[in-house]
Design a protein around this ligand. Structure first.
Ligand code: SF4
Length: 297
């Protein structure tokens, strides 16, 4: 595994509880990065020697604004390219947007990604949103992404009409989307490079996720360099079946109970993982995560 980017889940907290949210962000969640934990992530990322970008995401990153500024500054000081993902709730005017962005730009922020669903409706011109306009004016590499893209790490450019339908998170069916396909048709993971990912997500508890809930290690137990070096996807109880037969492979491997049809692979995947969570040890009660392989260092 040769990582070039790390998505740091700064917090699982968010002021919203969107159906599409692939990390189940919500208010009151206990997952918030401690500054000491952030330093561990950044130091381990630097030790890898291959990381170019550190992207801070949530939850909603701006709800812990002082922490976000410190995180961006720390990443920039280690010569990473700092990026942030936000729903843009903090800017109802250009003046407000400037107030929020000035300190981040000073701290070294280079790239900002707005989740489309947070900016407005699908019929609106999201490129005219004040947060987007001001970000561009301030010289930030600016993009609007859809929720499905966020989950899969695929970024779209500004001005793209519409966005992928809700495929992850709490909602397993896309409201209003009548296109349903038999579960047997979802034989590949359409988004994540599970065998050799270019990026991973690291959450406030130190868990390293390939996709939300697909944990391959914990940086507080085992250095990221070792986790990357010993990544053995075919031996992972979830990643292995996903690689060979996609989400449908999870159903057959573990004898799960799927619905007859789904709108997207991720919906079947998430429904399958929800059934699998009780079978795998979890670190924290109530956290939808599947444990990774033990440290082999
Ligand atoms: S199919 Fe599963 S592993 Fe792949 S992107 Fe969707 S939720 Fe993640």
């Amino acid at each position: 595994m040769q990582l070039t980017g790390i998505h740091v889940v700064l917090t699982y907290q968010c002021q919203f509880e969107c159906g599409h949210c692939f990390i189940w962000g919500r208010g009151g969640h206990s997952g918030i990065f401690h500054p000491d934990g952030l330093a561990v992530v950044l130091d381990q990322a630097a030790a890898l020697g291959t990381i170019k970008e550190i992207c801070f995401e949530g939850g909603e990153t701006f709800v812990y604004y002082p922490l976000l500024i410190a995180a961006v500054r720390s990443a920039a000081s280690r010569r990473f390219r700092p990026a942030v993902i936000t729903n843009g709730y903090w800017a109802n005017s250009a003046q407000q947007a400037r107030l929020w962005l000035e300190r981040l730009v000073t701290a070294g922020l280079q790239r900002i990604l707005f989740v489309a669903e947070g900016l407005g409706g699908a019929a609106e011109d999201l490129t005219a949103h004040p947060a987007v306009v001001v970000s561009q004016e301030m010289g930030l590499d600016t993009a609007i992404i859809g929720a499905g893209e966020r989950a899969g790490g695929q970024m779209s450019g500004l001005g793209q009409a519409g966005w992928p339908q809700l495929t992850c998170g709490r909602v397993r069916r896309t409201p209003g989307d009548g296109a349903l396909y038999p579960w047997t048709t979802f034989t590949t993971c359409p988004y994540e490079q599970l065998a050799s990912p270019s990026h991973v997500h690291i959450d406030p508890f130190g868990d390293v996720h390939l996709c939300r809930g697909l944990i391959i290690g914990n940086i507080f137990d085992c250095p990221l360099a070792s986790i990357a070096a010993y990544h053995a996807p075919e031996r992972h109880p979830i990643v292995g079946p996903l690689l060979t037969d996609g989400p449908a492979g999870l159903v057959t491997r573990y004898g799960l109970q799927p619905e007859s049809a789904y709108t997207a692979a991720c919906q079947l995947c998430r429904h399958s993982l929800a059934q699998l969570w009780p079978r795998f040890p979890t670190r924290r009660a109530g956290q939808p995560a599947i444990g990774g392989a033990p440290c082999e260092d």
